[in-house]
Ligand binder design. Sequence first.
Ligand code: SF4
Length: 394
Amino acid sequence: MKFIDEFRDGDLARGLAAAIRQAARVDRDYHFMEFCGGHTHAISRYGVSDLLPPNVRMIHGPGCPVCVLPVGRIDMAIRLAREAGVILCSYGDPLRVPASGGLSLLKAKAGLGRKSGSNGAGGNGERRGEIRMIYSGSDALTVAQQNPEREVVFFAIGFETTTPPTAVLIKQAQALGLTNFSVLCCHVLTPSAIASILESPEVRQWGSLPLDGFIGPAHVSTIIGSRPYEFFAEEYRKPVVIAGFEPLDVMQAILMLIKQVNAGRALVENEFSRAVTRDGNRKAQRLVSEVFELRRSFAWRGLGELPYSALRIRREFADFDAERRFAIRYEAVADHPACECGAVLRGVKRPQDCRIFGSVCTPENPIGSCMVSSEGACAAHYSFGRFADAAVAQ
Ligand code: SF4
């Protein structure tokens, strides 16, 4: 398939691996963070780490939108269905993220299904909520059109890639005059997460997380462009190479980072030039700023409360803001005590450092969010990397 096969070519991969080995100096180590879950998945699935010399180490970053959702945000979605009686529409992965009290959206859905009659009415005649899995935000709009007597809420998550479609949805709902549709907005921003990693004590004070550069996001950068990363290159002297999600993209980016480090340079380079420009998608950016504004603060799993790191719906579109409409507030909840997702998302621990990895916590029974999505570091390592661990241990 065009634009896929040529980026998975084995001969080219061998050539790139040789070029990386040649470029990496033997008298130093290289530590690069791949920000995106898409890169983490590609590195694990295609065994990219196995092709690197031992002194070139990849560190998983926090760029998986499902992973960074804190427990309290999942709780809000559950409360909307259980207490406000809405039809809560969510993509598949967030349904399995553990919430408070041993619940998840999926378990809450099962409970609501048992309590409701076939017409969706509870035992005392009141409407009970529902939780439905959808494949795109427009499915949620369709649900709202088909159920004019019900409140329908779209659980919107994701980085800058998924924000413009949510803005389109809200404008469509307004144009259609829908009065029963709203959005629980949990959209977060990539540059804030990178800044939080670079400002973390592990990087700045203790040096326990050595970082020589970043592989920058692919899809996010199609929207925001490469310009926002220039700050990190200039202020923190960390090179950034934006890369596509195919294995050869990632390997090429690693080679470009090594060359920058060797030359003492810290620049933003764009390996994914087939889709990313310096300015990004201006039309999408305008749409996003028309519908959304910055939140003062937002809680991330693993990274804590980060200032100006997420978006909320502007007052002009308040009717479509589920937080305002249902007066629902975020409440912080601690992760499972054995879960190391926070440390994994900050890059200070690897999935296999968690003592319940692969035993208590598996993709079938996730205890933490990083084991849910295929882009989560723990799920990726469970699917593709754990056998290599076992082989090394023998
Ligand atoms: S193995 Fe499970 S509990 Fe441990 S860090 Fe990963 S997701 Fe969290």
